[in-house]
Write a new protein. Structure first.
Length: 225
């Protein structure tokens, strides 16, 4: 099994929110394309992006030429005039980008962005407020949220060399991975089963693996060995 390709993410706008997002995505191994009109802003993040452009992302030609059509996810974080954000989202939707996140200042803007093609409209202040409320009401839960941000859960379909092995024999621990559970081969009736100690991997089973990004990438890169 070939290693999984890094997710290609287009980020439009390098403000405080955009810069923080870029840091997190870069740490997670994403292939980043970044666009901003401000040369100084681009200069601060260019070492973390596969490609960084000083350009007007509301121009359809610009988005076409930088390869926006081929990205997995686009995020419009720009704090510029709302009309510009709407234009960016609508052009991305026309180019066929399937997942588009866009920053909105209020519910009205969020509704507009969803209508022109945004998969999700992000109201940063609202979301940060909810997160802070969790920390105020339950400090233990907030610690778990911080802990969870460093881990990923990925579905993995068992390859031939793992079929017939118990979890102890499969030795996922060498990649610092754990198995949360598994799905059977019947795609019409998916049901998550807990991975009990006597569980043996069968052909067609899909396992839910949890671990840090580096361990997951090492495991996926090893193929069927």
């Amino acid at each position: 099994m070939a290693g999984k390709q890094p997710k290609r993410v287009l980020v439009i706008g390098v403000g405080r929110f955009g810069a923080a997002l870029i840091d997190e995505l870069w740490e997670s191994g994403c292939d980043l394309i970044v666009v901003d009109r401000d040369a100084d802003a681009i200069d601060t993040i260019k070492s973390k992006a596969g490609a960084a452009f000083i350009a007007d992302a509301t121009d359809p030609t610009v988005l076409e030429n930088i390869g926006a059509r081929d990205v997995d996810v686009a995020v419009v974080t720009a704090g510029e005039a709302f009309e510009g954000v709407v234009l960016c989202v609508s052009v991305l939707a026309e180019l066929g980008v399937k997942v588009i996140f866009a920053r909105a200042a209020n519910d009205r803007q969020a509704n507009v962005l969803r209508r022109v093609g945004a998969t999700r409209a992000i109201q940063v202040e609202n979301e940060m407020g909810r997160r802070l409320a969790v920390q105020v009401l339950n400090p233990v839960s907030s610690d778990l949220l911080e802990f969870a941000t460093h881990f990923r859960v990925v579905p993995w379909t068992a390859t031939p060399s793992y079929v017939g092995k118990a979890l102890s024999e499969a030795n996922f621990r060498r990649y610092e991975l754990n198995v949360l559970g598994w799905f059977g081969a019947d795609a019409q009736k998916p049901r998550l089963n807990f991975a009990l100690p006597d569980y043996k991997i069968e052909s067609g089973h899909t396992l839910l693996l949890v671990g840090q990004e580096e361990g997951i990438q090492r495991f996926l890169a090893q193929g069927d060995s």
